[in-house]
Design a binder for this molecule. Structure first.
Ligand code: ADP
Length: 389
């Protein structure tokens, strides 16, 4: 379902303006909004906070295409919120440029204010007015419209987020999950060019988070809204996104589909962010890596074409490893320190003699006793990725 008052579905023409047009306030001619121009486009963007020596984001490049759901994933302090704030117009750009809906909205000399960017925002703390009803909260974002048109928009957006019939409820009478649905309805009501979600689930408990993120994905898909989500939660990013942009310090290190980034992380830092893993030292020997835990076949990617004999870090993931009881002649062995039963599988914690802990998933039916000595190998068909140490 698309919002009934939408004039221009994503992918069609929207007004655009060159830097001089924005500066001089002259009218702009519509140009097609395409895969190439994107809905949100940041190129070489830098943002510095006053009094700070280093930029919070720098050389930040991102293109979000019409109707896409993109997540920015990064550790705390990486610059995720800053990226969202420059897109929304709350912070000024010191270098590079930002286009939204094909229109130039931010450079070091152009700054279109937030209320003229047609962006819908949803924050983790909902930012709803507790003393207003649900309907009044939604109307608040539509102040520029005549009263009768405002009222017409309320019921459809509440229906979209599964909150029909809640118009007269006060915000404080709603659960956290319901409040977040209303916040999304409020953001969608003005028919924004794009939705920006800043850690929208982080105040909710685990079960509710999973349910709400499934719902949001559905809502966003049905409305065709182009969406950018900021999160430090990889599960959230992996579960919701068409593409994930993984941030290092200040800029995007890798962007791709969840499957691609998970299977082909370009650096140890990206691998750590995108999934639970250990990185253990080893030596690259042709098609294998020799480590303390054993000798593993290596999957060579374009990013890790590494010279023979080079010191590397080998990426160890629980689902890609296997353990067997060690025989007397086995050289590289480890001890089973803990086992967590997870239904069909158990997750084993394996202590290497150096003290490093690896995790290995194994069918629960084939249990191995705690304290046993085991050998570790790659699960059938699995190969490990290595990064330069
Ligand atoms: P994230 O959202 O990934 O946790 P932020 O964008 O909030 O990261 O912060 C990026 C960097 O900018 C951090 O080093 C942070 O300390 C700094 N920073 C954030 N907000 C401000 C501010 N208002 N003034 C000065 N520095 C800030």
């Amino acid at each position: 379902m698309r919002v009934p008052w939408r004039r221009k579905p994503a992918g069609l023409s929207v007004p655009t303006a060159s830097a001089t047009e924005v500066e001089s306030g002259t009218s702009s001619t519509p140009t097609p909004l395409s895969e190439e121009t994107g809905v949100i486009h940041l190129q070489g963007v830098e943002c510095r906070y006053l009094g700070s020596d280093t930029p919070a984001i720098s050389d930040f490049n991102l293109l979000v295409r019409p109707g896409e759901f993109v997540s920015i994933l990064g550790r705390s302090g990486a610059g995720k919120t800053t990226a969202l704030r420059v897109i929304a117009g709350f912070e000024q750009v010191s270098d590079g440029y930002i286009r939204i809906g094909g229109k130039l909205v931010g450079t070091s000399f152009v700054h279109v204010p937030p209320d003229q960017r047609r962006i819908g925002l949803v924050f983790q703390d909902y930012a709803l007015f507790p003393h207003l009803t649900v309907a009044k909260n939604i109307e608040f974002g539509l102040k520029d419209l005549p009263a009768d048109e405002r009222r017409v928009r309320i019921a459809p957006v509440l229906k979209m987020v599964g909150m029909s019939g809640y118009e007269s409820r006060y915000v404080h009478e709603l659960s956290g999950g319901q409040q977040q649905r209303v916040a999304i309805a409020r953001a969608l009501a003005p028919d924004p060019v794009a939705l920006l979600l800043d850690e929208p689930f982080s105040n909710l408990d685990r079960q509710l988070r999973a349910a709400l993120r499934r719902d949001i994905k559905k809502i966003v898909h049905e409305t065709g809204a182009t969406t950018l989500l900021v999160t430090h939660d990889r599960e959230e990013a992996l579960a919701t996104s068409d593409r994930i942009a993984v941030m290092g310090d200040n800029c995007i290190e890798q962007i791709g589909t969840p499957e691609d980034v998970y299977q082909n992380p370009i650096s140890a830092a990206v691998a750590r962010l995108i999934g639970p893993c250990e990185l253990i030292p080893g030596v690259y020997r042709g098609e294998v890596v020799v480590t303390e835990a054993g000798v593993f076949p290596v999957r060579v990617t374009t990013e890790n074409s590494i010279l023979d004999g080079r010191q590397v870090l080998a990426l160890m993931r629980a689902s890609e490893l296997e353990i067997e009881l060690a025989g007397e002649d086995d050289q590289r062995t480890a001890m089973v320190e803990a086992r967590e039963f997870e239904g069909e599988f158990s997750e084993y914690s394996i202590r290497l003699d150096s003290g490093t802990l690896l995790r290995v998933r194994r069918r629960a039916a084939n249990g191995i006793e705690l304290g046993s000595r085991v050998t570790v190998c790659a699960r059938d068909g699995s190969k490990v990725i290595v990064f330069p140490a």
